[in-house]
Design a protein around this ligand. Structure first.
Ligand SMILES: [Fe+2]
Ligand SMILES: [Fe+2]
Length: 252
């Protein structure tokens, strides 16, 4: 796999690279349980975000309800102290299920990219959980980082601007994840390194899908808005952060 080629659009899109101080903290084996736990939750949140978009903006209720049912056992486990399901079995089930449909071309583009994204994020969730189990890391609930909230508070409050902004935010979260997986990989053990590099291809595609959907919704060029969120995102990554998480800023 050609990593530089996958990464170069991502690095172009982001306004800064991950600070070395974050990498130094992340490579400390003492922080691996926290890092993997937060990564696990991030995969589920990525699936939830995509699911919410489909539910909110695409009409077919039956299909949207089916998507909700996919996520339920993951959410029960991660957020409601529910039992640990058989993620391998869930994964097989999901990959065989049908996706919702709509007559609207933009809606269909949203469904196609988001359903694939949800499937991939849930697969990543299961892979991270396996990596945790292989290292005897139990799942313990942790607080979210300021990162997602920091971007979402800049989202405009009327449609279609809300949707456009949310799609751009998601594009940045995916791109940052991709950049961090690549930056962190050389510091990890061989198995984790292989796993993190295997995530690059899908996350690089996810950011481009979000960006394309944002431009499709907007009647105007979105470059200025993209640049604005790029600055907000880089601000969060470069500012001191008291809490260490997968998307945290410079360790304070
Ligand atoms: Fe993912
Ligand atoms: Fe992703």
């Amino acid at each position: 796999m050609d990593y530089p080629q996958l990464l170069s659009p991502v690095l172009n899109f982001l306004h800064c690279t991950t600070p070395q101080a974050w990498l130094d903290k992340a490579r400390d084996p003492a922080n691996l349980p926290l890092l993997l736990t937060d990564h696990l939750v991030c995969e589920l949140k990525a699936a939830q975000t995509a699911l919410l978009l489909v539910r909110k903006y695409v009409a077919d209720k039956q299909g949207a309800d089916a998507l909700l049912a996919w996520l339920q056992p993951y959410e029960d486990f991660a957020f409601r102290d529910g039992p640990e399901p058989d993620f391998a079995a869930l994964n097989r089930q999901i990959s065989k299920s049908v996706m919702p449909v709509t007559d609207d071309p933009w809606g269909q583009a949203l469904i196609s990219s988001m359903v694939l994204l949800i499937k991939e994020e849930l697969h990543h969730f299961w892979q991270v959980r396996e990596a945790m189990e292989a290292r005897a890391i139990p799942y313990v609930k942790i607080t979210a980082s300021r990162y997602g909230k920091g971007m979402l508070k800049e989202v405009r409050t009327h449609e279609p601007l809300t949707l456009i902004d949310k799609l751009i935010c998601s594009a940045y979260i995916e791109a940052r994840s991709c950049e961090r997986f690549a930056a962190l990989a050389p510091y990890l053990d061989a198995d984790l390194q292989k796993f993190y590099l295997s995530l690059l291809r899908s996350e690089a595609r996810h950011y481009q899908d979000y960006l394309a959907l944002a431009q499709q919704v907007s009647s105007e060029d979105i470059s200025d808005r993209v640049r604005y969120f790029g600055e907000v995102e880089a601000g969060l990554i470069l500012a001191p952060d008291a809490e260490f998480r997968f998307h945290s800023g410079v360790p304070a």
